[in-house]
Design a protein around this ligand. Structure first.
Ligand code: EPZ
Length: 421
């Protein structure tokens, strides 16, 4: 992921203006996986133009699908799915590829893929994915780093209880159960909006899923799914990152094409800090942050509808110049504070103890050369650099491009002095 490109930011500019929020990466990826199950050509609108989405399209092509993109519409013709293997290089490129397991085994009866390596956030085990599919009749063996998954006589429904409301595991079960024989029930399912979006799309394909968004989801397996059109929901994490960028520069911003309801896990924290937020109908939200910000009460990342782990990093950047001490407890991933040492280089005063990080607000950040090590941590460095006095250089932009559609263009359009070199 290491590229030679970097972002150069001259901080201190107040952001003011209107930004459109693009489609959600973490919805587009499972939706592209779902296309494998649907006979015919599926069409996805509002599909973000991201490197992770490109990687997913490469996997689809590898499986024999025909993929076409026109601006933010992606068409996937899965009439002839011939493959059922995800090659190692593609698995390594994006560990999120694991959500192709459920659709490939559902469509072809087998799947071979390499163990998705750990990533920058920690081990990223897939034990819940494997145990759930085994309960549905899949025979899964692990050898030499490969997962061999077979369902010779197809999958059957099962009553599955997840020990943790895993987003990916819930998605893989939905994909496999949609075309399994009989009835599946998922208990302690993930409730993220991306789960609701996937279920809505599968139901357009002809699936029979109810309860998505709740902790218990019921799926009545059907014989065959048929392609349809679907529009990807807005990206709540990108929206939240834009809000943090405006807030740290004491600016004001209007977001369009967003879904405020999906952001209820963290917009109250911004209001508690002193930002003013108004939501209008039609996907519009307004934030202004005229005065200084106060440190919020302890923030704990939780499964949806709690405070999302993906927005933790941009918030730690925002709190770096808030008045008072902020405490963040990262309960979802084991190693999601890698950006903190880089924020300290920008002048932040932050201590990390295991899964807890304590942010002492400082008056000013100062520009420095920093390096992104993962997607959301990279976004946090951009947020901090916007407020840091002087020039900052952020390398590792490849990580940021996985989840943000030309972040520098968007921020420049509302007054940031930022460019990619
Ligand atoms: C999805 O990852 C998102 N990725 C992540 O976003 C997001 O942070 C995460 O959900 C939580 O919301 C995509 O949707 C592509 P999980 P996922 O399974 O599915 C443990 C981003 O920045 N676990 O809910 O991998 C796991 O180790 C990315 O856009 C098991 O122990 O998340 C983690 O600690 C980062 N065993 C926790 O559960 C399993 O079998 C949450 O994982 C699966 C997960």
């Amino acid at each position: 992921m290491e590229g030679r490109q970097k972002l150069v930011v001259n901080g201190g500019k107040r952001l003011e203006g209107e930004l459109k929020v693009h489609g959600a990466k973490n919805s587009a990826l499972p939706l592209l996986s779902a296309a494998v199950l649907a006979h015919g050509e599926s069409v996805f609108h509002n599909c973000p133009q991201l490197s992770d989405v490109d990687a997913a399209c490469r996997i689809l092509t590898q499986l024999g699908c025909k993929c076409k993109r026109a601006a933010d519409t992606v068409m996937v013709d899965a009439t002839n799915v011939v493959g059922n293997e995800i090659p190692d290089n593609l698995m390594r490129e994006m560990r999120g590829s694991i959500i192709f397991l459920g659709s490939i085994i559902g469509r072809t009866g087998r799947c071979r893929l390499t163990f998705p390596g750990g990533c920058e956030l920690g081990a990223r085990p897939i034990d819940l994915h494997i145990s759930s599919l085994r309960q549905m009749g899949a025979v899964i063996t692990e050898e030499h780093g490969y997962l061999e998954c077979e369902a010779p006589s197809g999958l059957h429904g099962a009553k599955i209880t997840l020990s943790f409301p895993s987003v990916g595991a819930t998605e893989n079960i939905l994909l496999a159960a949609a075309v399994a024989k009989g009835y599946t029930e998922i208990h302690n399912a993930a409730r993220e909006p991306e789960i609701i979006d996937l279920a809505a799309c599968l139901n357009k394909f002809g699936a029979k899923i109810s309860g998505a968004g709740e902790s218990v989801i019921a799926i009545e397996g059907v014989q065959r799914l048929t392609a349809a059109e679907h529009t990807v929901i807005p990206d709540r994490i990108v929206a939240g990152t834009y809000l943090c960028a405006a807030a740290i520069t004491r600016g004001e911003i209007i977001l369009t094409h967003c879904e405020p309801v999906f952001m209820n896990g963290f917009t109250p924290v911004l209001e508690e800090m002193g930002a003013r937020i108004y939501t209008y109908g039609g996907g519009k939200m307004y934030l202004s942050c005229k005065k200084s910000l106060k440190a919020p009460s302890t923030v704990r990342t939780m499964p949806y509808p709690g405070f999302p782990t993906d927005i933790q990093a941009p918030f730690t950047a925002l709190c770096a110049t808030a008045e008072g001490t902020s405490v963040f407890v990262e309960t979802i991933f084991e190693n999601r504070f890698r950006h903190i040492s880089e924020l300290v280089r920008l002048g932040a005063s932050i201590k990390v103890e295991g899964r807890v990080c304590v942010v002492e607000g400082v008056k000013k950040l100062s520009g420095a050369k920093v390096r992104a090590a993962e997607l959301r941590g990279g976004a946090a460095l951009v947020v901090a650099a916007l407020a840091a006095e002087g020039t900052s250089e952020i390398s590792g932009t490849g990580y940021i491009e996985r989840g943000y559609e030309s972040l520098e263009t968007a921020l420049r359009s509302i007054g940031a002095d930022i460019k990619k070199v």
